[in-house]
Design a binder for this molecule. Structure first.
Ligand SMILES: [Zn+2]
Length: 236
């Protein structure tokens, strides 16, 4: 199994200022609701078959996604647990996976499930409120487009606002590059945008491909890593 997917990116040759800090740390367990973990366990016990992940071609990936007006609504709660169940199942099967947007299980709501290593947490109606002018380039992958990597340019850091599992407004400021690139990918899903839509083109477009197979990447990893400044590095 390839070990280079979304969960395992880490910063290489990036300034220290973009690494975690107390004030911007989205990796903290303080964001995880114990109640959600309990509900998810109960839900998973009652629903042993997790939701199927939509693959490219499925219209749900391209539909507009609606604001969640009432996070406590039964449908929203059920969709949230199903989304977390699908992410947990993916992590069990593959050993990685940090985020999944609701449209990826066929629910067109503006909701993202995350697991950053501390358990499930939910971003409801997330919005990017600030993006750094500094950019990175990287090879990006997507659970809905298996076997492909897409060269993307992303902001190095972003700030977001969202509603959490308790219905409270939260703001994460100037996030580190790892979570920033993940959230930019997931929030593109909320706009019906896939990573293949806007690949980053090198100046010499004929020299370097922007979309490659994962097998090809593995065969010539060094060559492809040289083309980006944010490398995919396996971590635990
Ligand atoms: Zn994706």
């Amino acid at each position: 199994m390839l070990n280079l997917r979304r969960c395992v990116y880490s910063a290489c040759s990036l300034p220290k200022s973009l690494s975690r800090s107390e004030s911007t740390n989205a990796y903290s367990s303080k964001w995880v609701s114990p109640n959600l973990s309990e509900e998810l366990n109960k839900f998973t016990a009652r629903n042993p078959l997790p939701a199927t992940i939509c693959l490219i071609g499925n219209p749900h990936l391209r539909r507009s996604n609606e604001l969640v007006l009432n996070p406590d609504h039964d449908f929203v709660q059920a969709a949230k647990l199903r989304l977390h169940g699908a992410l947990a199942d993916f992590r069990r099967q593959n050993g990685f996976g940090r985020g999944m947007s609701a449209c990826q299980i066929g629910v067109n709501l503006r909701m993202i499930a995350l697991n950053l290593g501390y358990g499930p947490l939910t971003l409801i109606n997330p919005e990017i409120v600030w993006s750094s002018s500094d950019k990175i380039t990287m090879w990006d992958d997507c659970m809905s487009i298996p076997h492909l990597l897409v060269k993307k340019q992303r902001a190095k850091s972003i700030s977001i606002v969202y509603t959490d599992d308790q219905g409270k407004k939260q703001q994460w400021n100037k996030l580190d590059v790892s979570i920033s690139e993940l959230l930019q990918h997931e929030m593109d899903h909320l706009e019906g945008i896939l990573n293949i839509d806007e690949p980053y083109r090198d100046e010499d477009i004929n020299k370097n491909e922007s979309i490659i197979s994962m097998d090809e990447y593995q065969r010539n990893k060094h060559y492809y890593d040289q083309q980006v400044d944010y490398k995919i590095v396996p971590t635990v």
